[in-house]
Design a protein. Structure first.
Length: 312
């Protein structure tokens, strides 16, 4: 049984992370770290006001870091140095250097570091990766992804996202990170990045849109366009190849279309659950980790170069 503690009891923790741990049969929600003990009361678990206190408990096996981005690196590194396994929310860190330091801490402590890029666990994404490897669209040459929506700064649950000191950036960090990670999962190590990042509508301290172009080995090019200023919601993903196209739109939906086939691959009702299950498998030595720190830091590498505008 893996004893988990969760740092932070915000939106993502209450909707997905905590229920995921509670329903994973080899896991137990052992404790919570929060500045507001009232939030922890419904869970009947140990409660600490600081991470320092929690990490002194030898019964703690794994830590889920569910705090704003600026806390990811320090809390992850502290937990790893205390001998705990860590699963950290995305994006991994504020910059590539922080992400690299997290990976180094995991290597030194010989503990498992995972990152919450849960879309790698989608049945549709897993199946698409198999089909790409089988050459169903020939040689992939272009992948196009969009995530458009309207971000309201008055949403108290996520208002911290428009503070660059806490979030690092706007939709580039929040929603592009997931899509960049899927491209890396499909096509490997990114080689070059160029981007345009700006504020077209909202006068936030972070960008309200970003368009990122990534080049991969073999001539594959990925384009990710994310916007917080569109009242027309979009969640598109298609891959074009020399012999056909693969359609994964919407990325969060079940449908996968490719030459000669159409499949229905619905995600789990709790999108975090398969990721948590895979992480426990990895800790127990039963399966490789789908989104490790070492593979996930390449998303931070892309984001950092996109912020500079490129080409790099």
């Amino acid at each position: 049984m893996l004893n988990w503690i969760v740092i932070g009891i915000g939106d993502i923790a209450t909707r997905r992370v905590i229920p995921g741990i509670q329903t994973e049969p080899r896991s137990r929600l052992y404790g919570l770290v929060t500045r507001d003990p009232r939030k922890a009361a419904p869970y009947h678990a140990c409660v600490w006001g600081t991470l320092d206190e929690a990490l002194t408990d030898p019964a703690v096996d794994a830590v889920y870091v569910a705090t704003p981005v600026f806390l990811h690196a320090p809390q992850t590194i502290q937990s790893l140095r205390a001998g705990k396994h860590v699963l950290c929310e995305k994006p991994m860190a504020m910059n590539h250097a922080e992400a690299r330091s997290m990976v180094q801490a995991a290597e030194k402590s010989q503990r498992i570091l995972g990152v919450a890029y849960y879309r790698r666990s989608y049945p549709k994404v897993q199946r698409a990766k198999q089909l790409l490897a089988a050459g169903v669209i020939g040689k992939p040459v272009l992948a196009e992804l969009t995530s458009h929506g309207w971000f309201d700064e008055k949403d108290g649950r996520r208002s911290w996202l428009i503070d660059p000191a806490q979030s690092g950036g706007g939709p580039l960090y929040d929603v592009a990170s997931h899509r960049i990670d899927v491209l890396n999962f499909f096509f490997g190590t990114p080689l070059r990045v160029s981007a345009q990042v700006s504020n077209a509508v909202h006068d936030y301290a972070v960008e309200d849109n970003a368009t990122v172009m990534i080049e991969y080995a073999g001539g594959v090019r990925g384009i990710v366009d994310v916007r917080w200023h569109s009242k027309v919601k979009r969640d598109e993903f298609r891959i074009r190849g020399t012999e056909g196209e693969m359609e994964l739109s919407p990325l969060n939906g079940p449908e996968l279309i490719y030459p000669g086939g159409r499949e229905n691959c619905p995600p789990h009702s709790n999108l975090h659950y398969p990721m948590i299950e895979n992480y426990v498998d990895a800790v127990l030595g039963k399966a490789p980790l789908l989104a490790s720190g070492a593979s996930s830091l390449w998303t931070d590498w892309v984001i950092e170069r996109a912020r500079k505008g490129g080409p790099v």
